[in-house]
Design a protein around this ligand. Structure first.
Ligand SMILES: [Mn+2]
Length: 195
């Protein structure tokens, strides 16, 4: 069964299309109009082994806020659609990801309940054309639109580029683990009947 989903969303601020294949090989075509954000999403797809297409036309003449937040919403919706009933998947995933001086922790649960815990003290307000405060907003949007629990924490780090990149890659690795098929199970992995 293919686990590919597309989700599109158009508002007065953004026009976004995301396609994700959970069983991909890490190929991605990303066009958000924000170079550093593209770099982050490439890292997420590559290290999660997701095939990912992201096309965004956002109101970058305002700033990067709507573009980044809304991309998180649409990516989360696509993930939710691709995992479906979550039958026979691992549900939980985690990663401790080093990147030079930076160490990032990520843990996720495809619980059906949105929650984000995020801790990262960036040393710069901006990386390229992306405001670092939007990184939390991105993951918050993913958590509520995918209805998943995400914990992200920078345990050690100095360089903002490394910290951001480690978070996106750790999230890719964790989501890959959580969406992996568990051959011993045919239903959702819960004692409650469904997730
Ligand atoms: Mn980089």
């Amino acid at each position: 069964m293919s686990r590919v989903a597309t989700y599109k969303r158009t508002t007065k601020e953004t026009d976004i299309s995301v396609t994700i294949d959970l069983d991909g090989t890490g190929k991605s075509e990303i066009h958000t109009g924000i170079g550093f954000f593209d770099h982050m999403l490439h890292g997420f797809a590559r290290h999660g082994l997701f095939d990912l297409k992201v096309d965004v036309k956002g109101d970058l003449e305002v700033d990067c806020h709507h573009t980044v937040e809304d991309t998180g919403i649409v990516l989360g919706e696509a993930v939710k659609k691709a995992v479906g009933e979550k039958a026979g998947i691992r549900r939980y995933g985690h990663m401790l990801l080093p990147m030079d001086e930076t160490l990032a922790l990520c843990a996720v649960d495809l619980s059906g309940r949105p929650y984000l815990k995020f801790q990262a003290d960036f040393t710069n307000d901006k990386i390229g054309d992306m405001d670092t405060e939007m990184i939390r907003e991105f993951f918050y949007a993913v958590s509520y639109s995918a209805m998943m629990n995400i914990h992200l924490k920078i345990l050690d780090g100095e360089n903002s580029h490394h910290m951001a990149e480690a978070l996106f890659k750790a999230f890719g690795k964790s989501l890959d683990m959580a969406t992996m098929e568990e051959p011993r199970l045919s239903e959702a992995w819960t004692t409650k009947g469904s997730l």
